[in-house]
Write a protein of this length. Structure first.
Length: 685
């Protein structure tokens, strides 16, 4: 952190003053969240940020009396909601009318002039903003704190998705700036960047899961999850675009409102522009459409708003749309080309997926020659045949996919694609689970899987071995130097320099990085192993719950299933992975090479040391998430279900079947007051 940063956040307080330290940490983390997620200008390395965050979690755990609903640590809730309540919008969320051409844009301006009885030569100032292809999300703040987040719903009533919205790190939990209004209702768009969407879909494909069709579906599905840990693990962002209601403050214009929103900590689009007259709007539309492919997130047009707030008031709103705003959408991003064939790609986990081999076609500024067909079921649903003319679109303006065949243009010589029965890489028989859509190669020595697994092991989320990408891994495998990740540490300078395009300097650098990576944090090591069902969040959960890799390796499926945030599928996958002889051999050879993961730091003593605690019913003095942090901060772990290995059950109001199960098994049960006393909370007395 620079001296300039420290000055902004105030003098760093002494660690002996927990209250001052907690407030400083919260302010510091909020600032870096804003720099990273809103302004895209990170100022510190991930490791430094993580250290600040871990210190805040530890302090809040040791001092529950300092709890604050707007703390950055509250962005990762662990409780599962029982369902979404209805939320009545303070001001109805109406839709926008559309125009599709410059002529229609001019007609709309004439309609405004006519309604206002303005002179023929009067020009209006417009705020031209990107029409982000995401999901509308309304945020309500009282006294500067987020109290409600809601979807659009039917425009009058939406779904209260506050527990999910607080996991979006670009959504401010507390407003910054000078004197925010006592009540503020802001509307904006939840969205995901193209690069993040692509990366998330690649991860799903590697794990044999169904990819999302487009970023909008991704966002909508994420916001409607009952378990907030799901959206918390997804790269969703937020852009504010209008103030729906504010008490004690008025804005002379839309542009001034956007300026105030940015001052309060909201992200607003860098593409927002003020222009005068319909001709200037058309010019800006063409400019944005021309830059469409370079924009980090997907947009499907622009929104044109009369900038002057007084004119907006005079123009008013029709039943379904405002008179003072219009949407001008881009043309469709589809093309028609011929399907030359269907090839089959092998992923890291052995999933074999169909890929359309297309005659090259220009689409959205790029030439497309292949497109995803997702899986066997989707291939059958589409009903495409080799030789068909097919409609192709760039889903999310990023991933090309086949939409449908042009049946009317069939000539009669088209052929049904052949679904393979053996792996295209190693020729081993393929299998298909009854409850899965994916074909899978179960040969662990499959060259395609081996290469992708090693690349995943060295990836940024894993051991982060820079300079070890797909090309290098493929070259090393082809030369017989490696057959799995453990062999990486057997590479020598002599063996590397003997390869094409491997100079002495690059060989030395790679060997130095390999040496430096031998003591990774346990969570990153677990993610690097590529265990089915275990992503980055799951790896963190497992690393927090077990003191060492050896302890995790010995855990039974039942013990794993008891953990909060670990379900039966992950529990079975993890236990099965560690009991596979091939994986046991890999771990032995990694250990022999000196690759030994470092346990995630955390308290090993305290009131709940070595105990598995399960909560049931509602808590009055704190949220379920706070209670979980309190247990973990004092050496315990939180389970999701009752079993003979449960140490303690905390029964709150309206405790359910878990309470009966605890009594049946003879597990100790205490109420919330006793839990607080045991934790050393003064308010539990």
């Amino acid at each position: 952190m620079t001296g300039d940063d420290r000055a902004r956040e105030g003098r760093e307080p002494d660690r002996k003053d927990p209250r001052a330290r907690v407030e400083w940490l919260r302010a510091t983390i909020r600032r870096h969240d804003h720099l990273y997620y809103v302004l895209d200008r990170p100022r510190i390395e991930d490791e430094a940020y993580d250290a600040l965050y871990r210190e805040l979690v530890e302090l809040e755990g040791r001092h529950p009396d300092l709890a604050d609903e707007t703390s950055p640590t509250r962005r990762m809730p662990g409780a599962v909601a029982e369902g979404f309540r209805s939320f009545r919008h303070p001001v109805p969320m109406v839709s926008l009318d559309n125009v599709t051409s410059e002529a229609e844009m001019r007609e709309w301006e004439v309609s405004i002039r006519t309604f206002l009885r303005a002179g023929e030569g009067q020009a209006f100032r417009y705020s031209v903003e990107p029409k982000v292809d995401g999901v509308s999300l309304e945020l309500v703040y009282v006294d500067g704190r987020l109290v409600t987040a809601a979807t659009r719903g039917d425009g009058t009533d939406g779904e209260d998705v506050t527990t999910n919205a607080v996991t979006i790190r670009s959504v401010p939990l507390r407003l910054s700036g000078e004197r925010p209004p006592p009540y503020l209702c802001v509307r904006g768009e939840a969205y995901v960047r193209k690069s993040d969407f692509e990366a998330y879909n690649r991860k799903l494909a590697d794990e044999g899961e169904e990819p999302f069709a487009n970023p909008r579906n991704f966002c909508a599905g994420s916001l409607r999850q009952l378990d907030p840990s799901i959206p918390a693990g997804r790269p969703i962002r937020y852009l504010a675009y209008v103030v729906a209601k504010a008490e004690g403050i008025t804005f002379p214009s839309q542009s001034k409102a956007l300026e105030e929103l940015a001052g309060w900590g909201f992200p607003v689009s860098e593409l927002n522009t003020i222009v005068t007259g319909a001709e200037a709007v058309a010019s800006r539309f063409r400019e944005v459409e021309g830059r469409r492919d370079a924009i980090a997130y997907e947009i499907d047009g622009v929104v044109v708003k009369v900038d002057d707030a007084a004119l907006q008031q005079r123009l008013g709103t029709r039943i379904r749309s405002p008179r003072w705003a219009i949407a001008w959408k881009f043309t469709s991003r589809r093309a028609v080309t011929r399907l030359k064939g269907v090839t089959w790609s092998v992923g890291r986990t052995g999933v074999v997926s169909p890929v359309a081999d297309l005659e090259p076609v220009a689409l959205g500024g790029v030439t497309v020659s292949s497109a995803t067909l997702f899986n066997v079921d989707e291939l059958a649903r589409l009903g495409v045949r080799v030789g068909d003319r097919v409609v192709v679109e760039r889903a999310g303006d990023v991933i090309p996919r086949v939409v449908e065949p042009v049946v009317a243009e069939r000539r009669g010589d088209e052929q049904e694609p052949v679904v393979p029965t053996v792996c295209p890489s190693c020729r081993s028989p393929l299998s298909r689970d009854a409850d899965k859509v994916a074909l899978r190669c179960t040969n662990f020595a499959c060259p395609a899987q081996v290469e992708r697994n090693i690349v995943h092991f060295a990836s940024r989320g894993g051991l982060d071995i820079q300079g070890l990408g797909p090309k290098q891994v493929g070259q090393f495998i082809a030369a017989g130097l490696i057959r799995d990740a453990a062999d990486l540490w057997s590479l020598t300078k002599e063996s590397l320099v003997a390869l094409d395009r491997q100079g002495e300097t690059s060989a030395k650098n790679l060997l130095a990085r390999l040496l430096a990576s031998r003591e990774p944090p346990l969570d990153r090591f677990l993610y690097a192993l590529g265990i089915p069902e275990v992503g980055e969040r799951g790896a963190k959960t497992l690393a927090r719950a077990f003191p060492s890799l050896a302890a995790l390796a010995q855990a039974s499926p039942e013990a794993l299933d008891e953990l909060d945030e670990v379900g039966p599928a992950m529990a079975g996958a993890v236990a099965g992975w560690f009991r596979n002889p091939r994986n046991e051999d890999l771990l032995r050879r990694l250990d022999a090479a000196g690759v030994r993961p470092v346990p995630v730091g955390g308290p090993t003593s305290g009131a709940f040391s070595g105990l598995t605690v399960v909560f049931t019913g509602g808590l009055a003095a704190m949220s379920r998430d706070e209670a979980k942090h309190l247990v973990e901060a004092q050496g315990g772990r939180v389970g999701a279900s009752i079993s003979s290995k449960t140490s303690l059950v905390v029964a709150g109001e309206a405790a359910g079947t878990k309470l009966a199960k605890a009594k049946e098994l003879g597990v100790e049960v205490i109420d919330e007051a006793a839990f607080l006393r045991r934790a050393g909370r003064s308010d539990g007395a």
